[in-house]
Structure formats: structure tokens, C-alpha cells
Design a binder for this molecule. Structure first.
Ligand code: TRP
Length: 454
């Protein structure tokens, strides 16, 4: 292949890539979204479908997306364009890159609002308001916070500013350093919360809810939500991991890194679930609380633990860090494209794209208060943007990546890039991206549309 026009920076090592990729994968999706989606969609059956999607669809697509990134070595739009050209395929493949950039924008617009909640809770949680709080009190505080437009805008703005700041500092400067200590610390913190949950009195019920599938409780829409969540949580289908792959040095094993990152991501989600559902049941709450779930339940634990306020501060700080390492990944495809094609400096590119996201995010910020009556198809702006991205754009983007890697990219090229020692492993991957993943996504779509009539 010809040398790309734009030579990117590279990660300093394999571990740097793994940390950055886990930083992208592990975020609000694991701690905030996974628990409430599992709660809304019946628990165990949702978790089981989620795990199946991670294994059969997520990991193969993660490998495919990273592989395309490293082969193309440019922003997702240009990578798709130049790989398509090299393979004599249609130049329209670059629209798959565009789909990703737009999805990233849309996701970050609301991601920033929710991450703002976590930021606000860093300050709030250690106050006297939360000391010894019960479920009703915690719900009331969250409700007030959510329904005050000023708070929503302020925290959303602060989070977006932090994202712009870090992204403008570039690949290894900003991105690498932060993840290194934060991820292990977050894991430790969740472990402590899990131990607390074990003694909360709701542990058996929480575990049963999360881990024992009851298929009567899952619907086509629930299955689609589980699949969408697999894409969202792993950070697939929009070029995040593709652009990270483009910074990946040659000869680093993409397969092993992907499996490692996906496992870490899944572990964090399950640990978050195991911390939250025991609390839900111990306090007589309903698991179907929606997006406020962690903000209403976890403070009860922090309020009751001695020193829990400080503990809570630390926890939400780590959630903030997990969110920011994901938000930089969400915006990176746009920034990389703006600097390649429009000749903008990284800082300008970050500023422009971050500001655009901020503006869009106001829609979400207001959807919890003054704009809550503004609905299309019965959904608020936040719900609409979330469903459109997680349940449509990401799976679609992921399938395009799978089809491209499986059918357009030549076998020699993908084989050379993956350098798998065992030819059987390569064959399994190829079958997964060529047939299983695309078919799986299609079936889930059709099922959600009610075509299999259940
Ligand atoms: N995976 C992140 C989370 O779980 C969010 C994220 C980062 C993402 N990059 C992405 C989601 C790309 C979809 C696509 O919070």
C-alpha cells in the first residue's frame, strides 16, 4: 500500500494503546448506562443477550475496526476512502466514516451532560445533605438537580471544556497519561462498592436479578437495547477505535488487545451492576428507574457508610475520569479529520468540534427540564439522540466495518495485519465478520421491528 499522506503520531507502546482503548471503552456506558438498561429490560436476560453480542458481534468488529485503522493510518473518513480506493471498491465507503463522525458528535452531545452530572456529584456528595440519606431523599435531590436548567448547562459546559482542553493537547500528551492510574483505581473502587453491596441485605436478590435470565421479561426492543449497548460500551461503530488503531504501531497483536479490552469493559459493567442492584432491592426501589439509577441509588450507600462522603467524592471523580477518556475518543475522529483535510491545528479542530457538540448538547440538557415536553414519537431529545445513535447508527456503522474488513479488504491484507499464529483463529474471525456479525445485527433489527412476531 502507498504511504498515507498524513503520518500520524503513534502510541509509545502496546500498553499505551491498551490503556487508551480501555479508556475509550470504559466510561459512562459501563457505570451509568449498563445498570439502568439492564434494570429497564428485565435484568438477567438482558445481560445474557449483552454478553452474547459482545462475544459474537462486538469483539470481531472491534478487531476489524482496529485493523482498518492501522492499515489506513488516517482519520476514519480518509481511512475508509483510501482503503476502498486501494481495494478498487466504491469511493462511497467513505460515507461509513462520515456516519461515524456524526454518530460521535451526537453521542458526545448528551454524554457531556451526563458526565456533568458525575462532576456535580463530586462536589455534592460529601455535603451534609447526603449524610444518612434515604432513598426518597436521594431521589428528591437528584430530581431538583436535573430539573434546574442552569445546573445542567453549567456542568455540561464544564465537561465539554475539559474535553476540548485534553483533546487539544494531542495523542500521547493528554490521552495516555490520564488512563494509566484512573482505570485501576476505578476497578478498586467498584470492588469496595461490591463488598458494601454484599452486606446490604439485597445482595442475593440483586445477583438473581442481574444474573438469572428470565426470558419472559425480554422483548425485541430489549434485545436491540442489549445489542446497542454492546456497541456503545465497547466504543464501536463510529471510528473511535479505528482512529486509535491508526496510532497503533505495527506488530502489536490486535486480536489479543481487543479481547483484553472487551473483557475489562465487561468486567467493569458487571461490577457496577453488582454494586447497584443489591442497593436497589435493599432499599425497596424499583430497578426500572431509568437514567437516574446510579445517581439515586449510590448516594444512599455513600450516605450510610462512615466516611462515605469522601468515598463518594473519590468515586464520582473516577467516573468523571472514565467519562473524559471516552469523550476524547468520541471526538477524535472529527478532530483527526479536521486537521487532515482542513489543515486546522489540533487545538482549533478540538475547539470547533467541541463547541458544535456543546451546542447540540443543550438539547439534552434542557430535555430534563424546560424542554421535557418537546417530544417526537413520544421521546425527548435525550432519548431520541440516544436511541438513534446506540440502536441504529452504531450497529449500522459496525456492520459496515465488518463487511468492509470481511469482504472488501483482501484476505492477504487482513491476514497480514492480524498476524495470528493459529490459522484457525483467523478463519473463525473471518466467518464472524463476514457472516455472523452482519446477520446477527440484521436479525436483531428485524426482531425489534416485530417481524418475528412474539
Ligand atoms: N464506550 C464509552 C462508554 O462506555 C463511550 C464511547 C467511547 C463510545 N467511544 C465510543 C460509544 C464510540 C460509542 C462509540 O462510556
Amino acid at each position: 500500500m502507498t504511504e498515507p499522506r498524513f503520518l500520524h503520531a503513534q502510541w509509545s507502546s502496546r500498553m499505551a494503546f491498551i490503556f487508551a482503548a480501555s479508556g475509550s471503552a470504559i466510561g459512562l456506558g459501563n457505570i451509568w448506562k449498563f445498570p439502568y438498561l439492564a434494570g429497564d429490560n428485565g435484568g438477567g436476560a438482558f445481560v445474557l443477550v449483552y454478553l452474547l453480542c459482545v462475544i459474537a458481534i462486538g469483539i470481531p468488529i472491534m478487531i476489524a475496526e482496529t485493523l482498518l485503522g492501522r492499515r489506513g493510518r488516517q482519520s476514519p473518513i480518509n481511512t475508509m476512502a483510501s482503503l476502498a480506493e486501494a481495494a478498487k471498491a466504491s469511493p462511497h465507503w467513505r460515507y461509513a466514516g462520515w456516519l461515524g463522525v456524526i454518530a460521535g458528535f451526537l453521542i458526545l452531545s448528551y454524554y457531556s451532560v451526563i458526565a456533568g452530572w458525575a462532576m456535580a456529584y463530586i462536589l455534592k456528595i460529601n455535603s451534609a445533605l447526603f449524610a444518612g440519606i434515604d432513598a426518597a431523599g436521594s431521589a428528591r435531590l437528584f430530581e431538583t438537580f436535573k430539573s434546574t436548567p442552569e445546573y445542567q448547562v453549567i456542568w455540561h459546559s464544564l465537561f465539554m471544556a475539559a474535553t476540548i482542553f485534553i483533546v487539544s493537547r494531542g495523542v500521547s500528551g493528554g490521552l495516555e497519561r490520564a488512563t494509566r492510574y484512573m482505570m485501576p483505581a476505578l476497578l478498586l473502587m467498584l470492588l469496595v462498592l461490591d463488598v458494601y453491596a454484599m452486606n446490604s441485605g439485597g445482595f442475593a436478590q440483586g445477583c438473581a436479578f442481574l444474573l438469572e435470565p428470565d426470558f419472559n421479561k425480554i422483548t425485541g426492543a430489549g434485545i436491540l437495547a442489549a445489542m446497542g449497548q454492546a456497541f456503545f460500551s465497547l466504543g464501536l461503530g463510529m471510528g473511535s477505535i479505528m482512529v486509535y488503531g491508526s496510532y497503533l504501531p505495527a506488530h502489536v497483536s490486535i486480536t489479543r488487545s481487543s479481547i483484553l479490552v472487551a473483557s475489562a469493559d465487561t468486567l467493569v459493567a458487571l461490577m457496577a451492576g453488582l454494586a447497584i442492584f443489591p442497593l436497589v432491592f435493599a432499599n425497596g426501589l424499583s430497578p426500572t428507574m431509568g437514567p437516574g439509577l446510579i445517581f439515586e441509588t449510590l448516594p444512599i450507600a455513600f450516605g450510610q457508610l462512615s466516611g462515605g462522603g469522601w468515598f463518594g467524592m473519590l468515586f464520582f471523580t473516577l467516573v468523571f475520569f472514565a467519562a473524559i477518556t471516552s469523550s476524547v475518543a468520541l471526538i477524535e475522529p472529527a478532530v483527526a479529520w479536521l486537521s487532515e483535510n482542513r489543515g486546522l491545528s489540533r487545538s482549533r479542530a478540538s475547539l470547533y468540534s467541541g463547541s458544535a457538540c456543546w451546542l447540540l448538547g443543550l438539547g439534552t440538557a434542557f430535555s430534563f427540564n424546560i424542554g421535557s415536553e418537546l417530544k417526537w414519537f413520544g421521546k425527548t431529545v435525550f432519548e431520541l439522540v440516544d436511541l438513534l445513535t446506540a440502536e441504529i447508527m452504531l450497529p449500522l456503522g459496525g456492520v459496515l466495518v465488518a463487511l468492509f474488513a470481511g469482504w472488501i479488504l483482501s484476505r492477504e491484507h487482513s491476514e497480514a495485519e492480524l498476524e495470528m499464529k493459529d490459522a484457525r483463529h483467523y478463519r473463525i474471525w473471518r466467518i464472524l465478520v463476514r457472516y455472523i456479525a452482519p446477520a446477527g445485527v440484521l436479525i436483531v433489527f428485524l426482531d425489534a421491528m416485530g417481524l418475528f412476531g412474539r
